[in-house]
Design a protein around this ligand. Structure first.
Ligand SMILES: Nc1ncnc2c1ncn2[C@@H]1O[C@H](COP(=O)(O)OP(=O)(O)OP(=O)(O)O)[C@@H](O)[C@H]1O
Length: 258
């Protein structure tokens, strides 16, 4: 049997605050295989972002462990790329420089950095914008650059927390396809948090639904829709059935948290 890429094992997370303790996660366990695209859905406040931050090494689990390629994670590291809702591009660097920034830190030559930036610009459909600055780009374009930059650092896992949450509906749909096309070529392992059930089904190999806080894995729903996928799958009966199942699981949990 092969080792999963990512193992979250019996993770508890208790936040200690002046107003008391908050148990965000309780015995949360799941695994993600190499190259798998996993999305997490769950009621608001169930601990989705907390899981992601623990995997990123930005928060410590109170108990339990997180293994990447069988090794415990120890703080943040370049083996885990992150893309959040807010665009964290360097405003003083061009698109090309933003994408190849990690390679520059590793001491790569200009030619190697330019080649890398060109490859990822092509992957996310932003050819011709290499010398633009972030302020000259739309929200969707900035998020494309953030994805390209995360992939260009060649992480073992890409962690995405509501990356398209701030975009309008049309741009969001386009970004879902941009991400899928990039993922089909890079085959990175992805852990993706979203509130959007359609987005979750469209992107994922498996959707993990979490319980109301404290968060645990409630159900793993494998999405057996053929790839490559395009927006037309959203109009199929199969898609509608997944949506009904997931909405009902989330509704059940959301009612508990009211
Ligand atoms: N730094 C913190 N200090 C104290 N409590 C926290 C902290 N971070 C999160 N929490 C609490 O832990 C619980 C889980 O939060 P988290 O942000 O992980 O949920 P979520 O499922 O991502 O929520 P949403 O879907 O609304 O973004 C919440 O009750 C939240 O208030």
């Amino acid at each position: 049997m092969t080792t999963p890429k990512l193992e979250i094992k019996n993770v508890d997370k208790v936040f200690k605050t002046k107003s008391g303790d908050t148990t965000a996660l309780q015995k949360t366990s799941f695994t993600i295989d190499d190259g798998e695209f996993v999305t997490i859905l769950g009621p608001s406040g169930c601990g989705k972002s907390t899981v992601l931050r623990i995997v990123a090494g930005l928060e410590e689990a109170t108990t339990g462990e997180v293994l990447l390629d069988g090794q415990p994670i120890d703080g943040p590291g370049p083996d885990r790329g992150m893309v959040f809702q807010s665009y964290t591009l360097y405003p003083w660097l061009t698109v090309k420089e933003n994408i190849s920034f990690g390679l520059k830190l590793k001491g790569a030559r200009q030619k190697e950095r330019d080649d890398l930036a060109r490859h990822y610009l092509q992957l996310i459909g932003l050819e011709g914008f290499e010398n633009h600055y972030p302020v000259q780009l739309s929200g969707g374009m900035k998020q494309r650059v953030a994805i390209a930059r995360a992939l260009a650092n060649d992480p073992k896992v890409l962690l995405m927390d509501e990356p398209f949450g701030a975009l309008d509906a049309q741009t969001r749909n386009i970004m879902q396809e941009v991400l899928l096309r990039a993922w089909e070529k890079s085959k990175k392992t992805i852990l993706f948090i979203t509130h959007d059930v359609d987005e979750s089904i469209f992107l994922a190999d498996s959707v993990y639904v979490m319980t109301a806080r404290p968060g645990r894995l409630k159900k793993k729903v494998p999405i057996d829709i053929a790839r490559p996928r395009d927006f037309s799958v959203k109009a199929t009966n199969q898609f509608a059935q997944y949506k009904e199942e997931l909405l009902s699981l989330i509704r059940e949990e959301s009612l508990k948290s009211i």
